[in-house]
Write a protein that binds this ligand. Structure first.
Ligand code: MCA
Ligand code: AMP
Length: 512
């Protein structure tokens, strides 16, 4: 790798690979301090996507620590949960977030340090950290904890080792043909795997250039695609929908320039949620690209992908990536018969190590090396098609996974709410919209605006309900259990089920 190659172009600067190497070495030296090795101590960090994010992430790794990325949009309550749950030793943040992060760090028994302090540490206090002073990092060590919502009330920390991350990235480099001449346009948040592994991690692994926007902005993305300089783009369906709307609203001359520039990219991908066939088709009309849809999960990285070369089938997520074993099993855990839907299980070197300090959940999710994804799929003419999930309590909104149980637990704290049920309701913009049905306490009232304002202080923005129904009584079965499909029907008067990739989803196990 040439140290003079451009690694990152971002709002906080343009750095070469040499710059990144030096900055991450300084971060490592400062975090390590007097100790030889952080020995897998957790370092939580809240740094906007950019050069400094990459320096902190890599600096944590080089010092022997475990990187715990925090969500930029998260309110203090969510940040504190992650800092506490991961038992972080350090919290790293920009000086501007000191007022939020320093008290959280103190309350959790961690030390707060600014990115500025880490980056200038060697320059001002020395001694200069040399490569040979840094610890050797073996592949089986823990590297990262990404928090993911699931079927437990609070998010779980997904622990991946250096070997896991290496395997996840190697599979993508091989399957998607990453090369040093690539230039990725990255617009995704960097507290989730899509941005961290498929985006930044893959680009840096091959010494390509990663161009980072501060946040998703349709006009700005089109400007960069129109330049014809971008070779790889990856996003969630909601983003493609917004880009299509922006293209439709542009003048004929601008449309032509945008389409011509985008055609020069070599690869455009979609994932994290089902890509509606109409979105795929419209994007093809506009840019000439048939989006490469793939399937993955925080616990495994990517598992299935449509081909780089060859037919990309709309509504399908393709075949297993290199080194990844995938199978479908029935409710008893036995392999499903040919052509019969089953739960997807995934095995391979990219599969995570454990849920952080949750031995029971880890045992329940992993058996004989196979990870139970909770997603239901079928194989048709040699490719996988996703049908839905085994749990109604997992919702995907704009590519973010959210747990109905977590939101219900938070909403039950609201003084006006006696009982509630949260469901995902099919939505053209978000894929699914977080929707809450509530029974109120006597004489209480509640509007959606009031509920959103209240919830915004407690939950990440994508977990805040976007729809509210106040009901005298939630629909329950004879056992008194809330019947979630009936709750969903309160929002979707047609009563139709959530659809995946434009098709009606069949009934799923546990869907009541
Ligand atoms: C923002 N809002 C949302 C969401 N995002 N509400 C529901 N769902 C969301 N996903 C809220 C905002 O807080 C705001 O609320 C209102 O919606 C409109 O905000 P806007 O500015 O228009 O949205 P945005 O900030 O531009 O965000 C839209 C987005 C974003 C760019 C699509 O949601 C996003 O970056 N999604 C990508 C998520 C992702 O990377 N997932 C990968 C997970 P208010 O109006 O009240 O202020 S990893 C994964 O899934 C696996 C491994 C995989 O397979 O990839
Ligand atoms: P997360 O837990 O945030 O990593 O999200 C992983 C989940 O996103 C998977 O379990 C799937 O339910 C969903 N997902 C990822 N890619 C796709 C896709 N291409 N189509 C449908 N769902 C997807």
């Amino acid at each position: 790798m040439s140290v003079s190659r451009i690694a990152i172009v971002a709002p906080d600067g343009t750095w070469t690979y040499g710059d990144l190497e030096e900055a991450s070495r300084r971060v490592a030296g400062a975090l390590r301090g007097e100790t030889d090795d952080l020995n897998q101590a957790r370092v939580a960090f809240l740094v906007p996507p950019g050069c400094r994010y990459a320096a902190v992430q890599r600096g944590i790794w080089r010092a022997g620590g475990v990187a715990v990325p925090l969500g930029l949009s998260h309110p203090p309550a969510e940040l504190e949960y992650v800092v506490r749950d991961s038992a972080a030793a350090w919290v790293v943040g920009e000086a501007a977030s000191r007022d939020v992060l320093a008290p959280i760090a103190t309350a959790a028994g961690a030390r707060f340090v600014t990115t500025d302090d880490l980056l200038r540490a060697d320059l001002t206090v020395g001694p200069y950290t040399r490569e040979r002073d840094l610890p050797h990092i073996g592949p089986t060590r823990r590297a990262m904890i990404v928090y993911t919502s699931g079927t437990t009330a609070r998010p779980k920390g997904v622990v991946t080792t250096h070997a896991n991350l290496g395997a996840q990235i190697a599979a993508l480099v091989e399957a998607w043909g990453w090369t040093p001449t690539d230039r990725l346009l990255l617009v995704l948040p960097l507290h989730h795997v899509h941005g961290i592994v498929n985006g930044l991690g893959s680009a840096l692994a091959v010494s390509a250039t990663c161009e980072i926007l501060p946040a998703f902005d349709a006009e700005r993305v089109w400007e960069r695609l129109a330049s014809g300089e971008i070779t790889v783009f990856t996003a969630v369906p909601t983003i493609y929908r917004r880009l299509i709307a922006s293209w439709d609203a542009a003048s004929p001359a601008l449309r032509a320039a945008r389409s011509a520039g985008a055609r020069r990219a070599r690869l455009m991908m979609s994932g994290s949620a089902a890509l509606p066939v109409q979105t795929l088709e419209r994007w093809r009309e506009i840019t000439g690209h048939t989006l490469l849809e793939r399937y993955g999960m925080t616990e495994i990285g990517m598992a299935l992908s449509n081909p780089l070369h060859g037919e990309r089938r709309p509504g399908f997520v393709g075949t297993p990536l290199p080194g990844v074993d995938v199978r479908l099993v029935d409710e008893s855990g036995a392999p499903a018969a040919d052509g019969v839907p089953g739960e997807l299980e995934v095995r391979g070197p990219g599969v995570f190590l454990e849920y952080w300090q949750r031995a029971e959940e880890t045992r329940a999710a992993l058996h004989d090396g196979w990870f139970r994804t909770g997603d239901v799929a079928v194989i048709e003419r040699g490719a996988y098609r996703l049908l839905g999930r085994t749990s109604v309590d997992i919702i995907k909104s704009g590519g973010f996974k959210v747990s109905a149980l977590e939101i219900e637990e938070a909403l039950r704290q609201h003084p006006a709410i006696a009982e509630c049920a949260v469901v995902g309701v099919g939505d053209p913009e978000w894929g699914e919209r977080v929707s809450a049905a509530v029974e109120l306490r006597p004489r209480a009232t509640l509007t959606l605006d009031e509920l959103r304002r209240w919830a915004q202080a407690r939950l990440a923005p994508y977990k805040v309900p976007g729809a509210l129904q106040v009901v005298p009584a939630l629909p329950r079965n004879a056992m008194g259990k809330v019947v979630k499909p009936e709750v969903a029907a309160l929002f979707d008067r047609s009563g139709s089920r959530r659809s995946i990739a434009g098709a009606e989803a069949p009934a799923l196990q546990g869907d009541s």
